[in-house]
Design a protein around this ligand. Structure first.
Ligand code: SIN
Length: 342
């Protein structure tokens, strides 16, 4: 300890000061080691179901840790896009990501592709019963193959089709270039309706639609509205043909380095935030649809039951193709679980 020469302290005071200084110095590393910032990257807007759920996660973590643990969120792909966020996580450049479930197939987890199957789920509740049961646990545990830790699932909702024309039955898709996520199942779905799938990162989609690189795309209404896609797509067809949801993922290295107390705090805050996310997802999609109606920014179409049936029939081989590619057992397990819960 350094004391200025002019400072003369009684020996007892000096010892107390020295001890206090030593204690502070000793305790500082552990204090600062336990104070930390979790860096979380995602690709959509703040006012989407995902953006809002992760914002709730941030506020719960900060409140429950009395700001000892901070969460820094990078939305809208401002740090990393679809293609590099997983790599950033692997390299430790971010601590958590929340990609859509369609982003897991291309990086070595084909079992996640079940979520992309057209017309597999008749409601978000059916999806939740899968993700909350053995199948969900198996999927999250499987991420350990790449030293990733799956912390939970949450919903956006059902996807619809946009283009500069209505897309209600297979013949409407013929020859269209449709932007998709990098999922083989979604690619095959588009082909089954006569379209040409084009894989593009989410952050490049609006521009690609604007410049005519692609003609149309699919997404829940909240993503469509918050990206301003209505300015570059005249028609939205409410096909509800497929599901879009997310998994929150961290790296084993980051998780193992957290003291057990903090791990519990983070997991607890996330669980609560994901419940909140699921509660508001429908409302956010409904709000976006209401805004589209109100502003008249896009023509909204509802397929007839016969048209939906045509889409369903044409895309049925996509289910068979996935079963052939990843083996029938996994999809049989999924089908059985869905039957049990319906
Ligand atoms: C997302 O909601 O995270 C993006 C979905 C997409 O890439 O279409």
């Amino acid at each position: 300890m350094f004391l200025p020469a002019s400072t003369v302290l009684p020996r007892r005071r000096w010892l107390q000061t020295a001890a206090a200084t030593a204690l502070t110095t000793l305790s500082q590393p552990s204090l600062s080691a336990s104070a930390m910032t979790i860096r979380l990257s995602h690709v959509v807007a703040r006012d989407t179901p995902k953006g809002m759920a992760l914002e709730r996660f941030r506020s719960l973590v900060e409140e429950r840790s009395q700001n000892r643990i901070r969460v820094q969120i990078y939305p809208q792909g401002q740090l990393y896009g679809d293609h590099d966020e997983m790599q950033a996580l692997q390299l430790g450049a971010v601590d958590m990501v929340a990609p859509s479930l369609s982003k897991f197939g291309p990086i070595g987890f084909p079992e996640f592709e079940l979520f992309d199957l057209p017309f597999l789920f008749d409601s978000v509740e059916a999806v939740r019963r899968l993700t909350r049961g053995t199948i969900g646990r198996t999927l999250l545990q499987g991420l350990n193959r790449q030293r990733l830790m799956g912390l939970g699932f949450f919903d956006n909702g059902f996807k619809h089709m946009s283009a500069n024309k209505p897309l209600l039955e297979p013949r409407d898709f013929r020859g269209l270039r449709m932007r998709i996520q990098g999922s083989r199942v979604i690619a095959q779905q588009m082909r089954s309706w006569g379209a040409l799938p084009v894989v593009l990162p989410f952050s490049e989609t609006r521009r690609a639609l604007e410049t005519g690189v692609v003609d149309g795309t699919e997404n829940p209404v909240s993503n469509f509205w918050t990206q301003g896609m209505q300015a570059v797509q005249s028609d939205l067809s409410l096909t509800g043909h497929g599901y879009l949801g997310y998994a929150v993922v961290t790296h084993q290295r980051f998780w193992d380095n957290l003291p057990p107390k903090d791990r519990n705090l983070v997991q607890g805050a996330l669980d609560d935030a994901l419940v909140f996310g699921n509660e508001i997802a429908d409302a956010q999609n409904d709000k976006a649809l209401a805004a589209l109606h109100l502003t008249g920014a896009a023509n909204i179409h509802n397929p007839s039951p016969a048209q939906t049936q045509m889409l369903k029939k044409a895309s049925a081989p996509v289910h068979v193709e996935l079963a052939t590619r990843i083996g029938p057992d996994w999809l049989n397990t999924v089908q059985n679980a869905l039957r049990k819960t319906s």
